[in-house]
Write a protein that binds this ligand. Structure first.
Ligand SMILES: [Zn+2]
Length: 281
């Protein structure tokens, strides 16, 4: 666990996503949860060492399993954007949980199945539609719908200490997860992040950085768009264009630390390129 500012702590060492803790006078405001029960319990004990006021609430940046499954070990007070509600309903069915984990961890999932039986997905207590400020006497934590990675992805901005939690709209040294992407929203939010008063960006996955992380992803998407326009102008169809772009991205951006690799990565990037094809004039 790293302390990055006076009140903000981040753990980047769990499987998949980063989790954050903002200390307030009413307890810890947590950002996302580790998805494995043992790691969620470990996170809980670390948070308990930071404050004797307990967990004020959890804010999830989207509904994907890797960001929410540990909620049940941390707090029932869950806040999400209203567009994520259906995702929480979807995970009421345990088969969906296991299937989604399998996509990323085909080998490990059988050894986790027993442990995962303890997982429940409490439905969020608060949903919001655009922006929500969590107010404490001296602190304000700003939640804002930005879309991009999924239609309901939010970011969490803590202006007093210039920290921005981006969820999977930014990952560090990993390809973007574009399976639900809306690229116009994604580029808009990245440009906005580049202009914000921010010293630290806590990405959804990968190490903490500064605003250069937003610039990296903006350039990545602009690079993709440039390739796509060129292939389109040559009259190439969606299938061929998506394949060529996936190959181009794999060769141009090499991220050995990423959780997603090999054929699965290629498939994921192809899906993303196909979405961009449909969304580009
Ligand atoms: Zn994620």
């Amino acid at each position: 666990m790293k302390q990055i500012t006076e009140s903000v702590y981040v753990e980047t060492g769990y499987r998949m996503p980063n989790v954050g803790c903002i200390l307030t006078e009413q307890g810890a405001v947590l950002v996302d949860s580790p998805f494995l029960p043992a790691e969620a319990k470990d996170w809980r004990s670390k948070v308990d060492r930071l404050t004797d006021k307990g967990v004020a609430c959890i804010v999830n940046t989207d509904w994907h399993f890797d960001h929410i499954l540990g909620n049940c070990f941390l707090s029932e007070k869950v806040i999400v954007h209203r567009r994520n509600w259906r995702g929480f309903l979807y995970y009421q069915d345990r088969a969906n949980i296991i299937n989604d984990i399998k996509m990323f961890f085909l080998e490990e999932v059988s050894q986790w199945e027993k442990e995962l039986e303890a997982v429940l997905v409490p439905l969020p207590q608060v949903t919001f539609s655009d922006e929500l400020d969590l107010r404490f006497r001296e602190q304000t934590i700003q939640l804002k719908l930005v879309g991009g990675h999924t239609p309901g992805t939010i970011w969490i901005y803590y202006p007093e200490e210039k920290v921005l939690f981006t969820g999977d709209n930014i990952e560090n040294k990993r390809h973007p997860a574009m399976g639900g992407a809306k690229f116009d929203a994604w580029l808009t939010l990245l440009r906005e992040a580049e202009e914000m008063d921010v010293d630290y960006i806590v990405p959804g996955h990968g190490e903490i950085g500064d605003k250069s992380l937003a610039t990296n992803y903006r350039k990545y998407f602009e690079d993709m768009q440039e390739c796509l326009r060129e292939f389109k102008s040559q009259g190439m169809d969606k299938e061929t264009t998506s394949e060529k772009i996936a190959d181009y991205l794999i060769n141009s951006y090499v991220y050995p630390e990423a959780e997603v690799a090999g054929e699965f990565l290629r498939k994921v990037l192809k899906t993303g390129a196909g979405r961009m094809f449909d969304q580009t004039e």
